[in-house]
Design a protein around this ligand. Structure first.
Ligand code: WAQ
Ligand code: MG
Length: 429
């Protein structure tokens, strides 16, 4: 069952009802107990003080009546002072033909209202009073939530809740704009919102601790009647689609990833080496001693190796033309593998072009789903990738810790698998 839940907390002082906190959600009935509990705690722990009454209303709603709308686009402005922030807010409203200079003094009259003041956008006449309701009520926007609900119930997320409300308000017939400042004494951010410019967050729109805040909705009665607009705000059930947090424009999302790498100092670029591989190499027109090479045996620039490579190049050309399994196995490959097997005293050998391919290829060939790989915590990234690609369960033991290794082996003794350790560990530098 799909439901609406509303909480409203107030304090009665000398017979007068002061609004403390209000919130509402749309949710499945199974979530009602947890949500009710969260909203009650929120009311009881509000920074405006303890309520003397809390209303909680739960009602079934018809899911076929739910309208889905898009959220307003959000932008944020920070001002140096309250005056500057208010000027900024007004500058947005002026664009829509709302010219009232004293808007913030009008807003100060909203403090204590349970809902928003609805005014004519040209004359500033307060329209919600024409509906014959009590003055402190205002227009309370209800039946709205984020699509898929979620989120906290107890802790108020001013921004997320305000964006839902503002998105519904901006979608109301005839509604030109909204001006809002939180009435919470410690929350200084407010916003102006409209279909035209979206949701513009502005801070600080009041001083810390100031008894100030509320909402004004501006209606253009030539577009829609007061009743039509209020019906939408108070009765239509609206779910706001979650904003896309991830852009789909590849330039933007890849750009953001690159920026993050740079920020984390993880952005890497290839070093250009302009000399042959030796103990010293030339990079950036400078000779440097090379501690980064894997050419431990200095074979890369050995005259005999180079001469043999040149000979092979003359005979076979510059590429194998295919994978080893199809048409890429040449006599020189077989000779090399046999020589390596003899040297290491093994049955056979298989040569890969790079160390990365060796680890990824071998581990995948040896292990698969259902097997266990017991792996040193500081094994090279290529071993980790090989383990992952094999689909085997990976059990990691503390680096070079033979007691931990033994514990893992014993724990998995009943399973089939493989232990894998690097020989020269390079991952921690
Ligand atoms: N419908 C109409 N008016 C409401 C509603 C509602 N559902 N809920 C609150 N109001 C009025 C009421 O008069 C409150 O006193 C006033 O608005 C302020 O409500 O970081 O937290 O819930 O981008 O205190 C805006 C900035 C936060 C968020 C707004 O409002 C951000 C906020 P509060
Ligand atoms: Mg509040």
């Amino acid at each position: 069952m799909f439901c609406s839940i509303k909480m409203r907390a107030s304090r009665s002082i000398a017979g007068q009802d002061y609004h403390i906190s209000g919130a509402e959600r749309l949710l499945e009935s199974k979530d009602i107990p947890a949500c009710a509990c969260g909203l009650l705690l929120r009311a009881l722990q509000h920074s405006k003080g303890e309520p003397s009454a809390i209303n909680l209303k739960v009602e079934e709603i018809d899911p076929s009546c739910v309208k889905q709308i898009a959220p307003l686009k959000v932008s944020t402005l920070k001002a140096k002072s309250v005056e500057e922030a208010r000027e900024l807010a007004l500058s947005y409203l002026v664009r829509l033909g709302i010219k009232e200079k004293g808007l913030f003094s009008l807003l100060s009259q909203c403090f204590g209202l349970r809902g928003a003041m609805l005014v004519d956008f040209k004359t500033m006449e307060r329209l919600d009073l024409l509906l014959g309701r009590d003055e402190a009520r205002g227009i309370r926007v209800t039946y709205m939530d984020w699509q898929g609900g979620g989120g906290e119930w107890q802790k108020k997320n001013n921004f997320a809740e305000a964006l839902v409300l503002a998105s519904k308000v901006a979608a109301a017939p005839g509604l030109v704009a909204e001006l809002c400042v939180s009435d919470d004494p410690d929350y200084l951010t407010g916003y102006v919102a409209s279909k035209e410019f979206g949701y513009v967050r502005i801070a600080p729109l009041k001083k810390m601790g100031e008894d100030f805040g509320g909402r004004i909705f501006f209606l253009d009665q030539s577009q829609a009647s007061l009743e039509e607009c209020v019906h939408f705000l108070e009765k239509e059930i609206v779910l706001v689609k979650r904003p896309e947090t991830e852009t789909k424009d590849p330039k933007l999302w890849l750009g953001a990833r690159l920026a993050n790498l740079r920020k984390a100092k993880l952005f890497r670029q290839c070093n250009l080496v302009t000399s042959a591989q030796n103990r010293s190499i030339t990079t950036c027109q400078k000779s440097s001693l090379n501690f980064a090479s894997n050419d431990y045996l200095a074979l890369a620039n050995h005259p005999l190796v180079k001469a043999k490579a040149q000979e092979a190049l003359g005979r076979y050309g510059a590429g194998s033309g295919g994978s080893r399994l199809t048409c890429g196995t040449l006599p020189v490959h077989v000779e090399l593998e046999q020589a390596l097997a003899r040297h290491f005293g093994s049955e056979d050998a298989l040569v890969f072009a790079t160390g990365y391919q060796t680890n990824v290829g071998t581990l995948q060939a040896l292990c698969g789903r259902g097997d266990v790989v017991i792996s040193d915590a500081l094994n090279h990234a290529s071993i980790i990738d090989g383990c992952r690609l094999s689909g085997a369960e990976v059990v990691v033991y503390a680096h070079n810790d033979m007691a931990d290794f033994e514990r893992c082996c014993k724990a998995y003794a009943h399973r089939r698998g493989l232990c894998v350790s690097d020989s020269v560990f390079s991952m921690d530098g």
